[in-house]
Design a protein. Sequence first.
Length: 314
Amino acid sequence: MTAELARAAVSAVATRVALREGAEAPFADWQAAFARHASSFEGFLSIEFIPAYARATRWEVIQRFRTHAALEGWIGDAGRAALLAGLAPMGEDGAAPIVEEAAPDFHAAAAVTEVITTTVAPGREAEFLGWSEAMQAAQARFPGYMGTLVQAPLSSEIPCWTALVRFDTPAALDGWMNSPERGALLGRADPAMSHWQSRRLAAGFGEWFAPQAGGAPAWKQTALVLMVLFPVVMLEIRFLAPHLAGLSVAVATFIGNAISVALVSWPLVGLARAGMGWWLRPAEGHRARIEALGAAAVLTIYAGELGLMSLLFL
């Protein structure tokens, strides 16, 4: 353990790794082995693999433990040292520069995330970790992969293993979740060993579109917000603004914005979501046709709104 980490008495370490171009496949296997070894270590809390950006050669591996003493044991572990030494062939000129420092707090990467919680049968943790290693190696190779967080059960009241799997776009995450590779690995899992469930973290406009939109692309969410916000603002300019003329610009704008946000949050976004749900999450069998029809419908509504609102100011 470095003097900095020892003085700080931290319980998490961030290991930064620089790789050579073309080392993606062996590094995917390394991630899986490193995650399995950390997950079985005494005091383990979670491990997270984060690239500097999509398809980056620089990664950060955040390892969190329950106590500073547990982290000290982990950093001094011979198995961990051997795994880190195994990174050497993946670095430029046969060496992978490694820097370790105190880890930051939990943070969200700019990506779409699937949260997978798994309850493991007592006594079958080692079997589960072996199966998880294969799953991690496969997803780390999949296009759009943006890192993973693996968290051990926190207590007897929260007995689940939790994995946060990140991809750069909803389509990339859907591709992995529905892939034959993942399906084959799920088929290999003994149902008596564990059972799991997953959900998509909200993105874009968050609770306005979750869970009903089920991970709809942010640009579609933005399109629907614009659809309902534009007429509200135009109506305020035409009918509300004259009554606020005696107030300061800041106060008048605040009142107008407060009304706009309230109306958009309820009920307008809900109505738009109900009416355009078929386009937010199109069926796979007719995706191209639905995407085109949905875009045409949105543009038509925009044109109608522009025409109607223009009549207010004739």
